[in-house]
Design a protein around this ligand. Structure first.
Ligand code: BES
Ligand code: ZN
Length: 623
């Protein structure tokens, strides 16, 4: 058998995959970002109640855990951060809960405090009462002014990577899975949604009580809640859209291919395992593009371009229903197993739905992003490995295009070298045989040894050098790049325009958003200011409905000191909280006019999510 990695990876200890059969004797390599000791006591089911109080910006909660006690002498260990624990009770098969004392560990700024509970011989369940604090990073409480309707408040959770512990005490590691039930009470007139099946009777909804059940075991970071003035529009029997009423029509129109996307995904890698698939559009403060909460993706409204040009993001979150939600990275150091696989899968979906040319453009744009990241991190080569070392770090800090784009490129290279048919069978088997478990890079390599590298590559060359991808910087020379003729044509027209300033050929080009994005990315630093006003008056980028293009254009405008676009810069920063857009815009602002960057940030900051605030506080030295 071909063992390309195992023989030469002294730096990576084998990590335990705590599947359901884990025993106390099993390798107990623990998640460095969690206090849980799941090989001794693990939570298997959570029955939760959340009472949502918008006035106090607080959730009052109660959770009852079912336990798997592999070690009868061991305490239950949970994670908390900025969370108040009111009481803990033990429940035996006999009877009523009996209150007990508990221990909170010393606070760590990243990890929070462990919650340790001694169990009795007959303890079957543990009940914990708790309440959230306004500063907890896992919830964002929005004022009515931050919503589309401007009349009602909004609340949503964002738990990946380790923010779940700020809104309920849990074993906050992707290595532990559980089922859950939840009852959520909200002020009358508001609607609660969760990453679970709705079980609410009409009458209960009217009075503000909502019920949910998740029957498939999932890790804590995939438990999600949103409350607002929400309505639903159906797209197919099993797919639909949630949004504020003002946004609903637009959202449903943008996602009209959702069912086709699900079918394409199933044709590639097997049946969708989560029954329904809905997408919830949040207000623009949401710090990410999308979050793959099971059955209910959370999405930024900034992908509603009107022409479906940005639905690659939905393909991405849908793909996580296999890579991430079904087969999950056991620790955040292995996040390429979630994000790299998903980015690869996303591009396959785009190819199936919209053709190979569009998919190739997305591969190309992704590769450009990766190149920028690799340049920026040249001084930290280990941050360019697929398998990261995040011990002692905030796992959110380890997230970069390396996991996404280098990870996807690795799989793309395997696909090309071993043949698409063989690779697809292999990937489908990976999902099938690891469904509802958490996995390591080592396991993936072993699986590839047994199921993909059993015969030489179809191209007749040597086996792929896995070590170079997984424990090496940059991109190996064997990487399969995807040039696109379309971008070559864009380069030609851009050069002509920079030369003569004539926008007519650009107007006539009938480009897709992807081509425009490539066009803008190639506008050189120090470009003649006249060219920018020619572009702006000819093509009106400052008012683009496509936020990817708008953000790119505004960044250029800041960099080049193009004054007419500055009101649009400010309006954008005050409206949108998506970190991917904020970081380059504030970086450009800080480089050109630091006091102005700080002044705008001071005004916009209260509307941003804690995750975006954290990144920008550090970048702009805000205190
Ligand atoms: N799971 C991620 C978001 C995430 C990753 C949140 C790590 C917190 C920690 C999600 O699937 C994602 O990747 N979103 C991207 C969009 C995607 C098309 C690249 C985003 O939000 O930009
Ligand atoms: Zn993702």
């Amino acid at each position: 058998m071909f063992l390309p990695l195992l023989a030469c990876a002294p730096s990576t200890p084998l990590t335990a995959s705590p599947d359901a059969q884990a025993t106390p004797e099993a390798d107990a390599t623990l998640d460095p970002h969690s206090a849980a000791e799941p090989h001794r006591v693990r939570t298997t089911h959570a029955a939760i109640t959340f009472a949502v109080d918008f006035d106090a910006q607080r959730i009052q909660g109660r959770v009852v855990y079912d336990l798997d006690r592999a070690d009868p002498a061991a305490p239950l260990r949970l994670d908390t951060r900025d969370l108040t624990i009111n009481s803990v009770s033990l429940i035996s098969s006999e009877g009523d809960p009996s209150e007990v004392t508990f221990r909170l560990g010393d606070p760590d700024p990243v990890l929070g405090r462990s919650l340790e509970i001694d169990l009795l011989a007959d303890t079957e369940q543990v009940e914990i009462r708790f309440q959230t604090l306004p500063e907890g990073s896992g919830l964002q409480w929005l004022a009515p002014a931050q919503t589309a309707g401007k009349a009602m408040p909004f609340l949503y959770s964002q738990s990946q990577a380790i923010h779940a512990r700020t809104w309920w005490p849990c074993q906050d590691t992707p290595g532990v899975r559980m089922t859950y039930r939840a009852t959520v009470t909200v002020p009358q007139g508001l609607v609660a949604t969760m990453s679970a099946a709705q079980e609410t009777a009409q009458t209960d909804a009217a009075s503000g009580t909502f019920q949910f059940i998740m029957e498939q075991p999932i890790p804590a970071y995939l438990v999600a809640l949103a409350v607002g003035d929400l309505e639903f529009a159906s797209i197919s029997e099993r797919a639909g859209v949630w949004a504020e009423p003002a946004m609903l029509k637009r959202a449903a129109a943008e996602l009209r291919d959702l069912e086709a996307m699900m079918k394409a995904a199933e044709a590639l890698y097997g049946p969708y395992q989560w029954d329904r698939y809905d997408v919830l559009f949040l207000p623009p403060a949401f710090p990410f593009g999308g979050m793959e909460n099971p059955r209910l993706t959370f999405a930024t409204p900034t992908i509603l371009a009107g022409d479906r040009s940005l639905v690659g993001l939905i393909a991405h979150e849908l793909a996580h229903s296999w890579s991430g939600n079904l087969v999950t990275n056991v620790q955040w150091s292995e996040i390429w197993l979630n994000e790299g696989f998903t980015t690869y899968f996303e591009r396959r979906l785009m190819e199936a739905l919209y053709g190979v040319e569009r998919a190739n453009m997305e591969w190309s744009l992704g590769y450009q992003d990766l190149q920028v990241t690799l340049q920026e991190t040249a001084a930290a080569p280990e941050s360019q490995w697929l398998h990261l070392d995040l011990v002692g770090q905030d796992p959110d800090a380890g997230l970069s295009d390396v996991a996404y784009e280098k990870g996807a490129l690795f799989l793309r290279t395997l696909e090309t070298r071993y043949g698409r048919e063989r690779f697809d069978q292999f990937l489908r088997a990976w999902f099938d045989q690891h469904a509802f478990t958490s996995v390591t890079t080592e396991e993936f390599i072993r699986f590839a040894d047994g199921n993909l590298f059993t015969a030489p590559p179809a191209d007749g060359g040597q086996h792929e050098d896995l070590e170079a991808w997984i424990h090496g910087p940059g991109v190996p020379p064997s990487a399969h790049l995807t040039p696109t003729a379309a971008f070559g044509a864009v380069d030609t027209l851009r050069a002509a325009f920079l030369d003569d300033g004539d926008v007519t050929p650009l107007r006539d080009a009938a480009w897709s958003a992807h081509e425009w994005l490539h066009f803008l990315r190639g506008i050189p630093a120090g470009v003649d200011g006249q060219r920018l006003s020619q572009l702006d008056s000819g093509l009106d980028f400052s008012h683009s409905a496509n936020y990817e293009l708008l953000a790119e254009w505004l960044e250029i405008s800041i960099r080049e000191g193009y004054d007419p676009a500055q009101p649009a810069v400010e309006a954008f920063l005050l409206e949108v909280g998506r970190r991917k857009f904020l970081v380059p815009l504030y970086r450009a602002l800080a480089a050109s006019d630091l006091p102005r960057a700080k002044e705008i940030y001071a005004r916009a900051r209260p509307g941003y999510h804690a995750i975006s605030q954290g990144t920008l506080d550090a970048m702009l030295e805000f205190r």
